[in-house]
Design a protein around this ligand. Structure first.
Ligand code: CA
Length: 253
C-alpha cells in the first residue's frame, strides 16, 4: 500500500522553523544559495549584503525590547565584507554580550584567518568553496551545541554559603574560584550538599559513594573527608562546612 501523508502534516512540517539564521555575505550567488539551502532545511533565513546591514540586524536581535528583538539562533558571516568586515562584525557582536553561534566564511582559508576568526569569538570556520551539505551539517552541529550549553546553564546548582557545586559540569567553586576535586570527593560533597545537616555514618557513606562491594576500611572515609576539608575549609583543623558528629559520623553545614 502506498504511503500517504495527510495534507495537514505537510503544512505543519513546512511551518515549523528550526531556528533563525542571519547570513551576511556580499557575493549574491553564495548568499542566495546558502539562504536557499538553509530555507529548505527548515530554517528561517535573514540576509544582509554588507557588514553595516549585518550589524544592524545582529544587534537588533540582541535588543532588550522584545518587540524589536529578532532573536537569532545562528549567524553565518563572510570575512571580507563592505563597510564593516567579518572580523570586526564578529567582535562587535560579542562585545554586545551575545553568545549566538557564529560560523565564519572565508575565501582565503589560511591558518591565520582561521585562528583570528576563532580568537574574535567565531565558533566555527568554513573555507570557500564549500558544499551546501557541509554547510548545513556545520550549522546543525553549532545549533545543537549551543542549545545544549544553554540547557546546561539552566541546570540547578547546589549552593551553600561560598561553595557552589555544578552537578552537570562536575565542578565546584569556592569563594568564586575553581577547585579541583577527585571524583570521589566530588560525589561526597554532592551528597552532603544535597542533604544539608543530615548526619551520615561512615558505613552509609561507603555504601553510597563506594558501593556495597567495597572491601576497604571505613578509615577511607576519614581520609577523604580530611582531603575535602583541606580544599574547602579556610582552617581545616576547625571546619565550618564538614563537621564531625562524635560517635555518629559527619554532616555538612
Ligand atoms: Ca566577501
Amino acid at each position: 500500500m502506498p504511503l500517504t501523508i495527510a495534507p495537514e502534516t505537510v503544512r505543519f512540517q513546512s511551518e515549523v522553523k528550526l531556528g533563525r539564521v542571519l547570513v551576511v555575505e556580499d557575493e549574491e550567488l553564495i548568499r542566495e544559495t546558502v539562504a536557499l539551502a538553509l530555507g529548505e532545511e527548515g530554517y528561517e533565513v535573514l540576509t544582509a549584503e554588507d557588514g553595516r546591514k549585518g550589524l544592524e540586524l545582529a544587534t537588533k536581535a540582541g535588543d532588550s525590547n522584545p518587540a524589536e528583538a529578532l532573536a537569532l539562533d545562528l549567524i553565518i558571516l563572510d570575512l571580507m565584507l563592505p563597510y564593516v568586515n567579518g572580523l570586526d562584525l564578529c567582535r562587535l557582536i560579542r562585545h554586545e554580550g551575545s553568545t549566538v553561534p557564529i560560523l565564519m566564511l572565508s575565501a582565503k582559508g589560511t591558518e591565520t584567518d582561521r585562528v583570528v576568526g576563532l580568537e574574535v569569538g567565531a565558533d566555527d570556520y568554513l573555507t570557500k568553496p564549500f558544499g551546501m551539505r557541509e554547510l548545513v551539517a556545520r550549522c546543525r552541529a553549532l545549533l545543537r551545541r549551543h542549545q545544549r550549553s544553554q540547557m546546561q546553564a539552566q541546570e540547578p546548582t547546589l549552593k551553600f554559603h561560598e561553595i557552589v557545586l555544578y552537578p552537570q559540569e562536575c565542578r565546584v567553586t569556592i569563594r568564586g574560584e575553581e577547585t579541583s576535586l577527585s571524583p570521589k570527593e566530588f560525589r561526597i560533597l554532592e551528597l552532603f550538599m544535597a542533604n544539608p545537616r543530615r548526619v551520615w555514618s561512615r558505613e552509609q557513606l561507603i555504601e553510597r559513594i563506594w558501593g556495597p562491594d567495597f572491601m576497604g576500611d571505613s578509615k577511607t572515609v576519614d581520609v577523604h573527608i580530611r582531603w575535602l576539608r583541606e580544599k574547602l575549609e579556610l582552617d581545616p583543623s576547625r571546619p565550618e562546612y564538614l563537621l564531625t558528629v562524635r560517635g555518629f559520623g559527619y554532616r555538612f553545614g
